[in-house]
Design a protein around this ligand. Structure first.
Ligand SMILES: [Zn+2]
Length: 298
């Protein structure tokens, strides 16, 4: 019993230290039992996927800190050192981590598995650029989680059944959410919505929707007056009553646009960084629900 209490306390301390994704790595390494696998991931959604599947068998650390826009992120020397402490480094791929070659060079020759989690995802392009936002598709989340599950099994074969079971449960949650919203979106006539930056292309592909955005794929630069004018025209033409706003991408421009066309501003979650207490499924349910309400209304 005493042992149980101690490990419970340890688990609380560890999870408290883990709340700051990528920021409290020093404390976590002191508090973690040595038999736990150490897994490094690049961005926040991968931390969610890895934790879902690893359960209590691994300590997952995220390289990009909370509330940091990952498109602008560059790892520092300290981060590279941190990476070498893991058994695996899992990244999103599709160009999300422009610095990934540097990481590969650093980890070369070390006993660390490097995993491109989006291997197997059907890539989409927009204006000639590869769209990196694979995790915002429930279908892609299955593929990325499967790649993570296979990595965990490779590193820790004895817990294969545990990882398989966790993956199956998560896959069912993803499928259920998709199957709940697919028929709902199919019945709608309106398919266009406005968001902060072009992050929802894969989600749109899953559900037959179209996004228009204030910023581009990489959350670069605010729109020119001409682009803003076009957005205003688009909103009026399509009778858009909701403008989605992202905390990390030009929320002010979204507000201006909304004011201009008499629309309401509603937050949407890109999951690019940890912004609130919602887990992946809760955040995706929130997004789908808000997009559905917005289109239903128009
Ligand atoms: Zn983005």
């Amino acid at each position: 019993m005493k042992k149980k209490i101690i490990s419970g306390v340890l688990a609380i301390v560890t999870s408290m230290a883990l709340i700051g994704c990528g920021t409290n790595t020093k404390t976590t390494s002191q508090n973690t039992k040595d038999d736990k696998l150490k897994i490094m991931v690049s961005i926040y959604p991968l931390k969610e996927f890895a934790e879902k599947i690893a359960g209590d068998k691994a300590e997952v650390t995220c390289l990009v800190p909370d509330n940091v826009e990952p498109h602008d992120y560059e790892p520092k020397t300290r981060d590279f050192e941190e990476l070498t402490k893991g058994k695996a480094f899992i990244y999103n791929g599709l160009g999300m981590e422009s610095w990934v070659d540097k990481v590969n060079d650093t980890l070369k020759g070390k006993d660390i598995i490097i995993v491109n989690s989006s291997e197997g995802v059907q890539v989409r392009e927009e204006e000639g650029a590869v769209d990196p936002h694979s995790w915002l598709s429930l279908k892609n989340a299955e593929i990325q989680s499967k790649n993570i599950k296979d990595t965990l099994i490779k590193l820790d074969e004895k817990n294969k059944d545990y990882y398989e079971a966790n993956y199956d449960n998560f896959k069912k949650e993803l499928d259920d959410l998709y199957n709940e919203y697919k028929p709902k979106f199919d019945t709608l006539n309106k398919k266009n919505f406005i968001t902060g930056h072009a992050a929802f292309g894969y989600l749109c592909r899953d559900f037959g929707l179209t996004q228009k955005s204030v910023e581009n794929l990489f959350a670069e630069g605010e729109p020119t007056p001409k682009q803003l004018e076009d957005l205003v025209y688009f909103c009026k033409e399509n009778n858009i009553k909701t403008v989605f706003s992202e905390e990390l991408a030009s929320p002010k421009v979204s507000e201006t646009l909304a004011r201009e066309v008499g629309a309401e501003v509603v937050p949407i979650l890109t999951l690019e960084s940890k912004e609130d207490d919602k887990d992946y499924i809760e955040a995706m349910r929130y997004n789908l629900d808000e997009i559905y309400k917005c289109l239903e209304k128009e």
